[in-house]
Design a protein around this ligand. Structure first.
Ligand code: T46
Length: 136
């Protein structure tokens, strides 16, 4: 799988009652959605992630509040602040990710292409760099 990350914009539907965003597999989620999880009530100063995946596609959406993703492809690191429910961060393949600066009210929803599988995680940064090297 080609490693990549990309910010995607969702169309906001709504009317005078408020807003609604729909995520549909094969439309604005470019993979089969096998799992959904969400991260909330994150304590002040907490940093999460610090791993990559071997074979996973994910779409991360902050539906409330804000947090920052650090995205690292083994060559460059980039900080991406998510604070808008009409944007999602698509992450595919060998990308190291860290999350920080969670606001107190942050609700981070993640759609994933595979079921939970600990053997898909690379939790050691040097191993990650080795995998990137072998992959290129
Ligand atoms: C990722 C980032 C963005 C499960 O049992 N099932 C699940 O589907 C998940 C995601 C986690 N867990 C268990 C494994 C750990 O005992 O929940 C605990 C916390 O997971 P973890 O420490 O991996 O959480 P984060 O926030 O560091 O990472 C998570 C995802 O694991 C990861 O795939 O890309 O969010």
């Amino acid at each position: 799988m080609q490693a990549k990350y990309e910010l995607v914009n969702f169309k906001t539907l709504g009317d005078d009652r408020g807003s609604l965003i729909a995520i549909e597999e094969g439309y604005n989620a470019p993979f089969e959605i096998k799992r959904v999880y969400y991260i909330f009530d994150t304590k002040e100063g907490v940093e999460r992630g610090f791993h990559a995946h071997i074979n996973l596609k994910q779409l991360a959406i902050v539906v409330k509040g804000s947090c920052t993703f650090i995205i690292d492809n083994g060559k460059r690191r980039k900080e991406i602040k998510l604070n808008n429910p009409n944007q999602g961060l698509l992450i595919e393949g060998l990308i190291w990710r860290e999350m920080k600066d969670f606001s107190e009210d942050c609700v981070l929803v993640i759609l994933a292409s595979e079921h939970y599988d600990e053997s898909d995680y690379i939790r050691d940064y040097d191993n990650f760099l080795e995998e990137v090297k072998n992959d290129s």
